[in-house]
Design a protein. Structure first.
Ligand code: SF4
Lengths: 467, 212
């Protein structure tokens, strides 16, 4: 048989019907739902008197709006509250499983899916959220959809799609101490650009990927969308299986054995052809810091803020100039000289247990610098929080002067009360440094959890490997 | 669903690459559970001088005089001219909802982010792709000539400029058909119910762990 890529295999297994015009009806195995992009889809169902096709494929959770302050589990903002109660009501009405705000399993949708084993290899997984690419780390085809498509999947269990092109990013070498999956994916985006993966499904492969934990792999696939690709994916191996074994929604017993047998096929065949291939050696990679308002505006910790005058493309140059004004940075400033006001550790990119361990290892026995107004640690889920507390990580953070919060999206997009004030500068472990993303006029620098913790302690960026 | 056939209108130029969905419609407005009413908050952070929140009376907020959509010459613009990778970032369909609610039914750019591009078609917005050179020329002409309007003809896939020159554009047949006829995609898929059920049965036998 013709050698196939992982993406080809996943696609082919889900074809319900191929139209002549290149559009394919594909079947969706898992539909994750949150409060922001679902209300209008549910409203569509009521309006057309339609019902969900398969409620057992659905899992819902409120995450974007939820407050994270530990002593305030009530929502002050009536508009946010309405969105969350609307989700509760819709799920109740149709009998959809929801981890409500008070449920210990509640958390960011892309953290709880894998944590529960609701994300499995070989699945097609969708959610009305662009970071659905995260789930591709399990050898699944996972991508974000708009609200019209959310409604489409609810009613038909299918989507009309056009196949993407295949792209492989091969990562060679071994990461140095203090350099993490986040640095790796930021470097990839710096290399190929935020539109570099447009129209493609990206498979991340190579020794540097194989040696990552599942948490690290999720961080990488999470940011595939920041490279322009709707989906990122990684082949199944023993690391994948070890992570999933025994999770609540994962199969068990004889079914587990059968599943494992089938999952072992989920990798690109020898000789499979990709439309595009990029190779990057990460052995000399340094911790990364974004300096601008797009994730591709990224440099290493030892570098300086670049000078737009050296850019020949006028559109790119203007973008850089604009970003420097917004970020209030001068070309030539050493990254290590950038002072910070806030630090945010959390999000679906870096809110998992390993991320918190990384950050705690740096923060242990130290103190947050005086110039840092607030340093937040927001676990990705209730279970991550519980695990961290059982390891005593929360005490490490609290002793160092960080705030230990309840799970949610929090300052990743500032839909709840956690946000930057105009002009404030933040080291953030999230995925987007767009203008206003973390609060209007706020300035975001994307970094790894270790770097965020190191920056909180130093008050400016510094090499976490040396701390 | 609405249809799109032919549109003639004033072109507003937004001369920035990588315009993201957070800029198109900031997150505080995503708290709405409605599909409509996002137009006044399109590009909110660029368009107004104060900080916008849901429920404000937008008609009394201070406008940013330097933002292009606030220039009187672009009042009533129906077509938005943009640079590469327009609509990058989140999957929020609130972005096309806001563009549509504001009055934009057509976009012209060299490229779009995938999810945003797809979302446009679900809302009868036509995202025309023209090459970099054509888009660059359009930016120059729009800025030179107040009242610059073009005619976008979807059936024939051409953009006609004021001087009657035409530029053809590509669009895939299925999407074109959907826009021209205002199709209900869910209804269309439901016509395939038997096929979906057959697929499900076969899949249940092969991979039972995916069900229940
Ligand atoms: S943590 Fe941030 S990126 Fe992730 S789902 Fe929440 S808002 Fe989106």
């Amino acid at each position: 048989m013709h050698p196939q890529t992982l993406y080809d295999k996943l696609w082919q297994q889900h074809v319900v019907y191929d139209q002549e015009d290149g559009v394919t009806l594909i079947y969706i195995d898992r539909h994750l739902i949150h409060e922001v992009t679902s209300p209008q889809a549910f409203a569509g169902l009521y309006l057309a008197k339609r019902k969900p096709w398969r409620i057992d494929s659905m899992l819902a959770v409120p995450d974007h709006n939820v407050p994270t302050t530990v002593d305030n589990s009530e929502m002050d903002d009536p508009i946010s509250r309405l969105q969350v109660t609307t989700l509760d009501q819709n799920c109740q009405h149709f009998g959809i499983t929801e981890f409500v705000m008070s449920d210990p399993r509640q958390g960011i949708v892309h953290v709880i899916g894998p944590e529960q084993g609701a994300t499995l290899p070989g699945m097609t997984i969708v959610c009305g959220d662009s970071h659905t690419s995260t789930h591709g780390a399990f050898g699944a085809l996972a991508f974000g959809i708009g609200t019209s498509e959310v409604e489409h999947v609810m009613v038909t269990q299918c989507l009309m799609q056009r196949k993407s092109k295949n792209m492989r990013i091969w990562l060679e070498g071994e990461l140095q101490i203090g350099v993490t999956a986040k640095d790796l994916v930021l470097a990839v985006i710096g290399e190929i650009g935020t539109a570099g993966g447009s129209g493609h499904a990206i498979e991340f492969a190579g020794p540097a990927i194989e040696s990552l934990s599942m948490e690290g792999r999720m961080t990488v696939c999470n940011m595939a969308i920041e490279a322009g690709a709707r989906s990122g994916m990684i082949a199944v191996d023993q690391v994948t299986l070890d992570y999933l074994n025994g999770r609540p929604y994962a199969p068990s017993g004889e079914l587990w054995e059968r599943a494992v047998h089938s999952w072992k096929q989920l990798q690109s065949d020898e000789g499979a052809e990709f439309d595009r291939e990029t190779t990057l050696d990460v052995s000399a990679l340094r911790p990364q810091v974004t300096w601008g308002t797009s994730p591709q505006m990224v440099v290493g910790i030892d570098d300086i803020v670049p000078n737009p005058a050296h850019e020949s493309d006028p559109v790119i140059r203007e973008g850089m100039e604009h970003a420097l004004v917004y970020m209030d940075l001068e070309p030539g400033t050493p990254i290590k000289k950038i002072d910070l006001d806030l630090v945010f550790i959390g999000s679906c990119t870096n809110g998992r247990i390993e991320d918190l361990r990384d950050a705690a290892a740096v923060a242990r026995g130290k103190q947050v610098a005086d110039n840092i107004k607030q340093a937040l640690v927001v676990p990705g889920s209730g279970l991550v929080k519980r695990q961290a507390e059982s390891e005593g990580l929360h005490q490490v953070f609290i002793d160092a002067g960080f705030e230990w919060r309840n799970p949610g999206c929090s300052m990743c997009l500032a839909m709840n009360a956690d946000r930057l004030q105009p002009g404030e500068r933040c080291a953030s472990t999230s995925n987007r440094n767009f203008e206003g993303r973390q609060g209007q006029g706020g300035r975001s620098h994307l970094v790894s959890p270790a770097m965020a913790a190191a920056a909180a302690i130093a008050g400016h960026f510094t090499d976490p490997g040396r701390m | 669903m609405h249809k799109f056939t032919i549109l003639e209108g004033i072109v507003a130029p937004l001369d920035r690459a990588n315009v993201d969905t957070d800029a198109i419609i900031p997150k505080q407005f995503l708290k709405s559970i409605q599909r409509t009413g996002f137009g006044p908050n399109l590009f909110d952070e660029w368009r107004y001088l104060d900080h916008g929140e849901p429920g404000m009376d937008n008609s009394v907020r201070p406008l940013n005089p330097d933002f292009v959509l606030n220039f009187p010459r672009y009042n009533n613009a129906k077509i938005l001219l943009a640079r590469a990778n327009f609509g990058c970032g989140s999957s929020r369909e609130h972005a096309p909802w806001a563009l549509e609610d504001y009055g934009f039914r057509c976009l012209i750019a060299p490229s779009y982010a995938d999810i945003f591009f797809n979302n446009c078609f679900k809302n009868a917005i036509l995202p025309v792709v023209l090459n970099n050179k054509a888009v660059g020329d359009l930016f120059m002409q729009v800025e030179k000539q107040p009242g610059y309007a073009v005619r976008v003809d979807l059936p024939n896939q051409i953009v006609t400029l004021p001087d009657k020159t035409t530029i053809t554009f590509e669009i895939d047949a299925f999407r074109k058909h959907g826009l021209l006829n205002g199709l209900d995609e869910i209804g269309l898929t439901l016509e395939k119910t038997e096929m979906i059920k057959r697929y499900e049965q076969q899949r249940k036998a092969e991979a039972p762990w995916l069900f229940g």
